[in-house]
Write a protein that binds this ligand. Structure first.
Ligand code: BEZ
Ligand code: FE
Length: 289
């Protein structure tokens, strides 16, 4: 076949990819071709604009390093990460809602004992975090692995420091006790801009968008027989709850800071000084729904 024009090229390409032996490859290839061709038909880019698009994607790739994932930022800021998350988490109503993982998770975060200060010297006012982990059946889950990470009061993660991964701070792993409870001490994180000194930042500027996320603490919670939960708790008094640059905020994940005086806490733990407290009980969905 030859002589393709704008009315015949799409069907010709579809015919070429239709024979992929792997059915998933076929479905993905066909949808990609259909949507991409429709996009080009709608936008009618000039040659110069198409070269700029290719240059933009090239710069996104070139910006990626061990500690900087510009493609994740692109997916996040276009709402694609949250769409993929929603499609993959059609869980029963009362399982804790999910949100984006983001680029600042570190697989080898240090283990802490319950009650430890995990801030690693980060700047910020003291914060107590107390929570429980349970299943859909309402039973507490002992031994659940609770990973968490957050920015400091200036809005920076440890991995954004000049020294990169040399010193982890404001992140760690604890395990729930026999009652499914966990707690740790840290500092109150601030709202922050996502890294915007690369092509994704240029895109945000061109779209007249700010680069900020509301203040939050990330959690990744896992237990045998349960879906791993990737979520955040957003601080209720934070700016940007209604304009999160990555569209990650859900009402059920917004949490007010409480005042906790020195002594025995509301959950029966002991602290030495007054501090703000963030309390939340997480519910894990069963594995495979
Ligand atoms: C984060 O919350 O760490 C994050 C999420 C998406 C993009 C950038 C940062
Ligand atoms: Fe974050």
């Amino acid at each position: 076949m030859r002589n393709f024009d704008e009315t015949s090229i799409t069907e010709a390409v579809l015919e070429r990819v239709r024979h992929a032996p792997n059915s998933r490859h076929r479905i993905i290839s066909e949808a990609l071709v259909r949507h991409l061709h429709d996009f080009v038909r709608e936008v009618e880019p000039s040659h110069d604009e198409w070269a700029q698009a290719i240059s933009f994607l090239t710069r996104v790739g070139q910006k990626c390093t061990e500690t900087r994932q510009e493609f994740i930022l692109l997916s996040d800021t276009l709402g694609v990460s949250m769409l993929v998350d929603a499609i993959n988490h059609r869980f029963p109503g009362h399982a804790t809602q999910t949100t984006v993982l983001g680029p600042f998770h570190v697989a080898s975060a240090p283990e802490f004992a319950l009650g430890d200060d995990i801030s690693g010297g980060m700047t910020g006012a003291p914060l107590l975090v107390e929570g429980k982990v349970g299943g859909i059946d309402g039973k507490p889950i002992a031994g659940a692995v609770v990973e968490f990470w957050h920015a400091d009061a200036d809005g920076f993660y440890d991995v954004q420091s000049e020294t990169g991964l040399a010193k982890l701070a404001g992140r760690g792993v604890v395990r729930t006790d026999a009652d499914g409870a966990f707690w740790f001490r840290t500092v109150i994180p601030a709202a922050y801009p996502i890294p915007d000194d690369g092509p994704v930042g240029d895109m945000l500027k061109a779209q007249a968008r700010h680069p900020y996320r509301p203040a939050h603490v990330h959690f990744m919670i896992s237990a045998p027989g349960c879906e791993t939960l990737v979520t955040h708790l957003f601080l209720a008094d934070s700016e940007y709850l209604d304009s999160d640059v990555v569209f990650g905020v859900k009402d059920a994940l917004i949490c007010g800071l409480q005042t906790q005086h020195a002594g025995l806490t509301a959950r029966g733990n002991r602290i030495a000084m007054d501090m703000a407290a963030l309390r939340y009980d997480f519910v894990l969905a069963n594995a495979n729904k």
